[in-house]
Design a protein around this ligand. Sequence first.
Ligand code: KIV
Ligand code: ZN
Length: 520
Amino acid sequence: MTDQNRVYIFDTTLRDGEQSPGATMSHAEKLEIAQMLDEMKVDIIEAGFPIASEGDFAAVSDIAKQAQYSVICGLARAQIPDIDRCWEAIRHAKQPRIHTFIGTSPLHRAIPNLDQDQMAERIEQTVTHARNLCDNVQWSPMDATRTEHDYLCRVVEIAIRCGATTINIPDTVGYTAPRESADLIRMLRERVPGADEVIFATHCHNDLGMATANSLAAVEAGARQIECTINGLGERAGNTALEEVVMALRVRNDIMPYNTNIDTTKIMGLSRRVSQVSGFPVQFNKAIVGKNAFLHESGIHQDGVLKNVETFEIMKPADIGLNAANIAMGKHSGRAALRSKLNELGYEVGDNQLKDIFVRFKALADRKKEVYDDDIVALVQDAAANTGDDYLQVKHLRVVCGSDGQSADLTMIVDGKEKTVHATGDGPVDACFNAVKDIFPHQAVLQLYQVHAVTEGTDAQATVSVRMEEEGRIVTGQSADTDTILASVKAYVGALNRLIVRRAQTGKDSDAKQISMYSH
Ligand code: KIV
Ligand code: ZN
């Protein structure tokens, strides 16, 4: 294996992923995810879009200061103030990178109303400016896959001449297909003077479900950086999933002899944490990290796997940090056993955290005979999402339901003060949510209410996800409990707690709305 076959992994979970509606993360969550990515040995972390808000700036800046291994990259439109702000945020990183971009396709050129020459001039000015600030500059022609080839070659050449060190070719709308993705990279490498002095990157969206295939095809044609997100998080159908490209290169190294430096055993832990903090559940049959990805239900498959695991398994669960032996714990399991189980599942917890999780574990084990790995994951995630010091806390809930009507008696702590109400509704969940609204009146609209059973059996825990929107601010909440109604109320209240934080971050007149991606 030569260095020429090294593929750099550029993770944009905290920028393109976080940009997807509802996936907003708190400052502390962004720092935690960045640290996990750094420990996983992601080569480049795109930490955010510093000009977008004070919050984005602070997150990028703190991530830049904390990173040990990864290059820390910030995004900037093709405007001098954006680039300056980006540099300000990343300059303390051991290895900073400025990523500047502009939409080059006819459709995207029309929005800032720039003709080809005017846009070329803008690229020249902004890339030069970025390079004067930072040695490591990435430039992207947004919507490259729908840009005329001659014009694409012209602007890529300008960016290289002005000092860009990485040229990223985004398939912004997930429009390309594998052969075309490869041809585009090959064409640029053949035609653009100076192409062999830079790294070409591929940045694919998954609108047609081809993001992974398109990224791998680009690598075969000479791209050496893949831009991706954990769980494929991202706008619309998402971005290329990190776990898919990394594991594809590892499992099929015989036909794709390219290397990444990713510690794949960290994949599962990151997948769970990103799902938790973004509020986006991972689809059960999602490649690599889905709950069913290593399950063998059908008799013929189970029989084969028992005789020789390789009959139906092309990779080992342990390779992605998944514990193969899902050994149940019970109410007699002690604190040491819980700690070791948590470590196996990829969670490093401090003593205080362990104390809190242990109390929750004991309460669960009292209600549920066997506590499986998935139960423990749900429990840890619930503990992280619903801490004891939130503004709104659920203290007591009593629900009456059945053919004679539904009502809820709810006691909550609001900013340290106890409040109790009685409410009715169309069903027990509606009655509970009405009770929450009586205690904490708000205008947020519920966009999503989803319930999943964590394990089998009628005593299984339910994980509940809710998403709500208020004046452009989208927030999510999640909770798990063997009592589905209680989990629903906790998830709803969790989302409201996030909304309170978002209101404070963004003010009344909602600069919560997304910053325009266009340079004017
Ligand atoms: O999809 C895209 O074009 C982007 C750019 C900002 C690189 O995310
Ligand atoms: Zn993108």
